[in-house]
Design a protein around this ligand. Structure first.
Ligand code: PRP
Length: 218
């Protein structure tokens, strides 16, 4: 249940532009796609094994490294803000299976004393998850962690087996959310580009980047 920072300079550069209030809808969406791609490459570099294989070039036979497990990746798209983020991830994992889950905070109910939101789940369509799979649950924002906990409950209780690896990937996260998800799902590795300062009384990440769903879709 460790939290890892994605420290690639381009990830930080892209996140900076996503935070900027002047960034337009088109640039915001493209930025999320780009960040998803970088995060995908970082997951491959940091967490996936390679193996040596022989290859025939047009001139001779030689050896090279191949990433293991690229055929056994499942990416879960937490609607709706994760859609452009997942589009980027798919550039790093082109053969991934995809799951879709629509989960949203009930903003009217507000945050309870525990700092949690009630979560409404409307639509769930998940591929088969086996013990061979690397599962990446992507959502650009991890605030209170309420959404992610509800999503992981669904994903894990419907999985055929426990996956080899379970990654929770966010662009910006709050300490509260990381703690909540880490506590409830110790088997998950939490990956994020930034651990921000705190949550405000409405459960928004500060400094954050605003509402990623609204900024990408409206
Ligand atoms: C946002 C965000 C996460 C969630 C994080 O979604 O995309 O899914 O809030 O908050 P939490 O960690 O406190 O649960 P939102 O509910 O605004 O839905 P949207 O993506 O459809 O805009």
């Amino acid at each position: 249940d460790d939290a890892y920072l994605i420290t690639h300079a381009l990830a930080k550069d892209t996140l900076l532009r996503l935070r900027d209030v002047e960034t337009t809808q088109v640039a915001f969406r493209k930025g999320l796609v780009k960040l998803g791609r970088i995060c995908g490459y970082e997951i491959i570099d940091g967490a996936m094994e390679t193996e040596y294989v022989t290859v025939q070039t047009p001139l001779t036979e030689t050896t090279g490294e191949r990433v293991k497990g690229l055929d056994d990746v499942v990416i879960i798209n937490v609607l709706r803000a994760a859609t452009p983020f997942v589009e980027g991830l798919l550039k790093a994992f082109p053969r991934a299976k995809q799951g879709v889950i629509s989960a949203g905070r009930d903003e009217e109910a507000g945050m309870d004393e525990e700092g949690e939101f009630p979560i409404t789940i409307d639509y769930v369509k998940l591929p088969e998850i086996t013990e061979k799979d690397t599962v990446i649950v992507a959502d650009p924002m991890l605030a209170t962690g309420s959404t992610m906990c509800a999503v992981l409950d669904h994903v894990l209780s419907n999985a055929e087996a426990e996956p080899t690896d379970l990654f929770v990937l966010s662009a910006v996260s709050a300490p509260d959310g990381l703690l909540r998800v880490g506590d409830q799902f110790p088997e998950a590795d939490l990956l994020t580009v930034s651990i921000d300062d705190h949550l405000d009384e409405d459960g928004y990440i500060i400094p954050g980047l605003g509402d990623a769903g609204d900024r990408a879709f409206r």
